[in-house]
Design a binder for this molecule. Sequence first.
Ligand SMILES: *Cc1c(COP(=O)(O)O)cnc(C)c1O
Ligand SMILES: [Zn+2]
Length: 398
Amino acid sequence: MIRCISCDAKYDDDEIIYTCKECGSILEVIQTPSVSKEVFSNRKNTMWKYKEFLPVNSDKRVSLEEGATPFCKCDKIGKELGVDLYVKVEGSNPTGSFKDRGMSVGVTKAMELGVNMVGCASTGNTSASLAAYAARAGLKCIVLLPSGKVALGKLAQAMFHGAKVLGINGNFDEALETVTQLALDGELYLLNSINPYRLEGQKTIGFEIVDDLGWQSPDRIILPVGNAGNISAIWKGIKEFNQAGFIDDIPMMTGIQAVNAAPIANAIKQGKTEVTPVKDPDTIATAIRIGAPVSSTKAMRAIQESNGTAETVTDDEILDAQKYLARTEGIGVEPASAASIAGLKKLVENGEIDKNERVVCIVTGHLLKDPNTAIEACTQPTEIDSDAEAIKKILKTL
Ligand SMILES: *Cc1c(COP(=O)(O)O)cnc(C)c1O
Ligand SMILES: [Zn+2]
């Protein structure tokens, strides 16, 4: 069943609906699985091992075996910051971001509904992922991207998997408004995170963290926040495992935004319950360059109910954290993902995170998504003859 998060109105599973007809608010999927956690352990390790919690027919799933991403203990950074740190590496998903989890469930739902065209607006990763899953399902796919503001790797993926790619003169928020209009006019099935089935897939990040920790909750989960679907999804997953009796504690949900694209962090810092959109959002972390987060109501609830928080970081802090993670722990992530590490560092410095907290940082997308930013951040290769003696001189300087 689908339920409005504000007025509790209910809708059937086979209705194509994105917002409440009664009050205009966003929706969520509810189901009440009854299963013991022991059933998960003998299954192939993909996010579909939690299939009882996924509200589609798993026998007909459109899947690239997403999920089951690395959960790396990061002792070097952890020691330096005085926390017990784990990093959940979502760049290891099939198209290189957590969006694959949402698309697997979302595109499976599209097939159940019998649509033939899917679409989205995207800062990049949503389009890369949808293009791949639409290809696997044999669906037509159209994606609207803010022209000139999409990282190279993501654009390559969307085009190469065969989506019709439109570069919109405008930002993500405007592209989303337009594609939503197309969906409401019945032209396509919308697979942005306003679609509650997307979040059903993404909640498996929360499941895996708990599973990875031996059926325990961490003290805190930190992640970058753009359209705010993912923080809402992970919180939903945590709550479902809590209600199922798999964990007793819950983590403090902690969202990080870029300082010039921070409507949610601003609201939290100002003690407000309403989120005021940011007009011209800007950051080098293009995946979170969003001014009017669609899931802000859900995200604010996640933060408040979990006694979490939100913080802002500058582009310089993001780029420093990206390099720090790559060079200290060997984990390569795109800029938006590094916001979680930058946020962790800042919250520790501000004294908002206690010493020895068990923290999980989610790094959302792979380094190779945005090769230009990575290359610009480095000294370029030294041109030299293939001559051992000459290279020995360089080795001495290292
Ligand atoms: C989509 C995305 C985000 C933001 O997630 P939201 O659900 O929009 O808050 C962060 N990082 C990366 C790499 C993404 O692709
Ligand atoms: Zn409603």
